[in-house]
Each structure stands twice: as C-alpha cells, then as structure tokens.
Design a protein around this ligand. Structure first.
Ligand SMILES: Cc1cc2nc3c(=O)[nH]c(=O)nc-3n(C[C@H](O)[C@H](O)[C@H](O)COP(=O)(O)O)c2cc1C
Length: 281
C-alpha cells in the first residue's frame, strides 16, 4: 500500500541532511523504517528515567545479531552497572557530562582474543596474527555499534557513542578487567531523550557516493559549499580553541575539523593496542 507520508518524511530528512532533492517511491515497503533511519540523530541529554535491564539486554542481543565477518563474532558489549565504576569513568571525561548522567552506559569491545584461543583449544596454528585481525574486530564492533543505535532508536531511546573513552584506554582496560586482545572501541550513553535533537547536515552525495571510479571533483569547492550549507542551518556556537588558532573569517565544519585534528589525539593508542597483544603489521 502506498505510504506517501513516510515517503515524504524520508525525502524531507534526506533533503535536510544532504541539501538535495530525493525522489522517494511511495510504493516501496519499509518506508517508515527508512524515515526513522534517515532522520536519526545523536542524543546527549536524557530524562531522569531508568531503562529496564531486560530491555537493555534485548537491545544488546539485537545489536549482536548484526552481520559478522566470516561469522567470527569479534565484538562484545560490556554494560557498566556499578555506579562507582561509572563515576570513575565520568571523572576521566569531565567535558562529556552525559557520560555521568546517562541512565545506562555501555562499552563496545573489539574481541580479538577468542579466535587465537580457539586455535589453541583446537590445536591449530594461528598464522593470521597481523593487522587484519585487529581490523576485522574493529569493523565488526562498528557494525554492532550502529545496530545498537538503530535498535535503541526504534524503541524511543537516545544514544551517544563516546570515542573519547579511548583517551583513557589503559585505565578503562584495567577498570573493566579487559584481557589481552580485547580493547574498548567506544563507550555508549543510552537514555530516554530529553530533547528532540536535530538532523545534522552531511557532505553532499557528490563527495561521498562515487560511480565506477573515485571522483572528488573540486574538493575545495565542495567542502566550501558544504560548510556554507551547514552554517546556514546550524552554525557552530563556539569556535574551537581561539586562543591557539585565532579568529577565522568564516567558521565552518572544515575549520572546526582542521582545528580538532590539528592537535595530537590518542598518539598512544597504537602502543596500547600493541601492548594488548595485537600485531599491527
Ligand atoms: C564512533 C563514534 C564516536 C563518537 N564519539 C563521541 C564522543 O566521544 N563524544 C560525543 O559527545 N559524541 C560522540 N559521537 C557522536 C558524534 O559527535 C555525532 O554522531 C556527530 O556529531 C554527528 O551527529 P549525528 O549523529 O546527530 O548525525 C561519536 C559518534 C560515533 C559514531
């Protein structure tokens, strides 16, 4: 049956996000799900309302139903229930107050441990101990993360992944007793949203969807167009570190990202991962 309302919701959300018109066939099935996915957004403020542990467990199971490379199942989810542990983690991330306030906090773990352990159990060699092992576990974890976000969204929960948790990988690892070859990919705040949130603008599809060959066009011009489209909807309120970088004539996404990555971020992460037993060659 035609669903013109959902078709419009999909095209409106994508228009807002990508700045171009999308013709969405109202006879497609699953349009309401597409509309929810197209209009998803991060949530950092939550109502003071608990999440039923059974629901959280169900969401973990749905997330772990995600596809897994070669069915290797190299992602785990750790639910941080102990308030004392939560307090310690939140204390490491004072500029992320949602970590302390979220009704639930999870850690997405890449698990490169089970596979070599299984090799030992089954008396087999493990000649694949190289970068691919780390990469596969990280990719599986990203897919589980995305699936959790979608599942949470579907039941009305809001989420915010927390990659800055990795600024403290070694401490997190000790606190949560992560064994060798298990590392935190990110934290994850979960709660009932206190605000509607907004659809964030993304780079235009000419920059990110290629046909037949990679083609970035005039990159500088495309970035500038995106910066200005985005600025017209949601300008940055606070330029990043003006004391260090000075005043920008125009402060858009590219200026913000250049500033963000103009200072070292987690330069010790490679060392941490190697120390956890991964071979990265
Ligand atoms: C892997 C990952 C890590 C993230 N880490 C953080 C974080 O440490 N702190 C935070 O506030 N938001 C974090 N975010 C949320 C992003 O900032 C957010 O998704 C982005 O600004 C785009 O907004 P949108 O999700 O509403 O489209 C993370 C998102 C992802 C996917």
């Amino acid at each position: 049956m035609a669903d013109s309302r959902s078709a419009k919701a999909v095209s409106d959300a994508l228009q807002q996000r990508f700045g171009e018109e999308f013709a969405v066939d109202e006879n497609l099935s699953g349009l309401s799900e597409l509309a929810a996915m197209a209009s998803r957004k991060v949530h950092r403020r939550y109502l003071d309302k608990d999440i039923d542990p059974a629901l959280l467990r169900t969401l973990c199971a749905v997330a772990l139903s995600a596809p897994s490379k070669s069915d290797l199942q190299q992602c785990d989810v750790l639910i941080v229930r102990d308030p004392a542990k939560r307090k310690i983690i939140a204390g490491w991330l004072p500029d992320q107050p949602w970590v302390e306030k979220a009704p639930a906090f999870l850690v997405i773990l890449a698990n490169g441990r089970r596979l070599p352990e299984i090799a030992k159990m089954r008396g087999k060699p493990f000649p694949n101990d190289h970068l691919d092992q780390f990469f596969n576990a990280a990719v599986d974890s990203g897919i589980v993360l995305a699936t959790f976000l979608r599942a949470a969204d579907a039941v009305g929960l809001g989420t915010c992944p927390i990659s800055v948790l990795r600024d403290h990988s070694a401490k997190v690892s000790d606190l949560l007793k992560l064994p060798q070859r298990v590392f935190p990919v990110c934290g994850l705040c979960v709660g009932w949203p206190a605000e509607k949130g907004y659809i964030s603008a993304r780079l235009g599809l000419p920059s990110t969807v290629h046909e037949d060959t990679y083609d970035e066009g005039d990159l500088a011009q495309r970035i500038d167009e995106y910066d200005r489209r985005r600025h017209a909807i949601f300008p940055y309120r606070n330029p990043r570190d003006p004391a260090r970088w000075g005043e920008a004539a125009f402060y858009g996404w590219s200026e913000d990202k250049a500033r963000q990555y103009g200072v070292p971020q987690r330069p010790d992460f490679g060392g941490f991962v190697r120390g956890k037993g991964f071979k990265l060659d």
